[in-house]
Design a protein. Structure first.
Length: 390
């Protein structure tokens, strides 16, 4: 492969993987079951990135199931979201390059909800941090947090260097986190992720004290805990497969109700006027879309405020069939499929965001927005009134 016998894309990919393997001391390559590629938004890639992808697409074809992270726009409905034709043209060229490589143009950070669902113990090369954390910690698969190029390289080769979180010795929890706080609404899980991330900085937490967790709360927690400092792997008693065979670490910290409140206090800015409500970070599940439809039915989004429902196109298609799309759009809400608030070109466009997501707040602050985090109901209320009411 390095000699170029399988073409340019494979040669380039092997160079990337061999260099990574050298840096991290990998002794071998390991087969991957699937790949998830980040670095899809033209906003982040620019012309240099597009040129690189184009050169790989000339002869590169992926060897394993490969899905994409969100792009910089809704691929079908970009005009409604205020994306410029110039940006759309470039973004479409990026997508076209990925298509030629044989990649599934799914554009979501919840690949596990649309058919890229790994098994316990399966090795992967995934990129997006919340998806990586979900794969490692909820599904029990094994993946490092790949960069866009190294994930793509793994897709062309079908293998990744065996180091880091592919090795059991690097998957040992090193801090026990006892949660003594009650968790209710979805955003509490983002706040918990913030608190755990700060206390378990760059460590692997072993979390106890969680009474119950559903899929939506876990995906929210995964997004938050890795954004705010922990490694993209945790063990949660009663959730993570194999948690029961791990030894509880000696180092121990507790999360008290005050830690959850402090997380909200850090994430929430003192603003009341809201001009942007974006839910779906990570991308909304069909259950969350149903909740949004139920909350907004018969109401109207306030003038001067936009409501975006970020989700995968697959979830949106289910929502179309169930009538949730019609309910949300009749109320003035917009679907933002294939994209999200962090990778769309939004800098300077909105002043204040309301969202359910702690991770969404982190990235929106980089886009110069003030942020408010709360429940789905609080967010939909903000969309309808243009105000943060709690
Ligand atoms: Fe997904 Fe974008 Fe949030 S990639 S986790 S919706 S910042």
């Amino acid at each position: 492969m390095l000699d170029g016998k399988e073409g340019y894309a494979v040669k380039k990919s092997m160079e990337i993987l061999a260099a990574l393997g050298d840096i991290f001391g990998a002794e071998s390559l390991i087969d991957v079951g699937s790949v998830q590629v980040a670095g899809v938004s033209y906003h982040n890639l620019g012309d240099a990135g597009l040129e690189f992808l184009d050169s790989l697409a000339a002869d590169g074809r992926v060897k394993v199931l490969t899905t994409l992270n969100p792009a910089g726009m809704d691929l079908e409905n970009w005009q409604q979201l205020g994306i410029s034709p110039e940006f759309a043209e470039k973004q479409n060229l990026v997508i076209d390059a990925f298509k030629r490589m044989g990649i599934l143009v799914s554009c979501t950070c919840t690949p596990y909800l649309i058919g890229n669902l790994p098994l316990y113990g399966e090795h992967l090369a995934w990129s997006e941090s919340s998806a990586v954390t979900f794969a490692n910690s909820v599904l029990g698969a094994k993946t490092n947090r790949e960069g866009g190029p190294s994930a793509l390289a793994a897709a062309f080769v079908g293998k990744t260097p065996c180091y880091g979180l592919h090795l059991d010795e690097n998957r040992v929890p090193d801090v026990h986190v006892q949660v003594n706080a009650q968790l209710g609404k979805l955003s509490d899980w983002g706040a918990l992720g913030y608190a755990v991330g700060k206390k378990a900085e760059n460590k692997i937490p072993f979390i106890t004290g969680i009474k119950s967790a559903d899929m939506d709360s876990l995906k929210s927690f995964c997004a938050s805990v890795v954004t705010y400092g922990a490694k993209p792997l945790f063990y949660m008693q009663g959730v993570t497969p194999g948690a029961e065979i791990q030894k509880k670490p000696k180092e121990s910290v507790a999360i008290e109700p005050t830690d959850i409140q402090n997380a909200y206090d850090s994430i929430n800015d003192p603003v009341s006027d809201i001009d942007f409500v974006c839910v779906g970070c990570p991308h909304c599940s069909i259950k969350e879309i149903q909740q949004i439809a139920d909350l907004i039915a018969g109401k109207k989004v306030a003038s001067g405020t936009e409501l975006w429902v970020a989700t995968s196109r697959t979830a949106k298609q289910l929502a179309d069939k169930r009538g949730y799309t019609a309910t949300i759009e009749t109320a003035g809400g917009k679907f933002a499929c294939d994209t999200c608030m962090a990778v769309a070109p939004l800098k300077g466009r909105f002043k204040a965001l309301a969202t359910t997501s702690a991770k969404g707040c982190f990235y929106s602050r980089q886009n110069l927005m003030k942020t408010k985090m709360g429940s789905m109901k609080e967010c939909i209320d903000a969309a309808v009134t243009g105000k943060w009411n709690s």
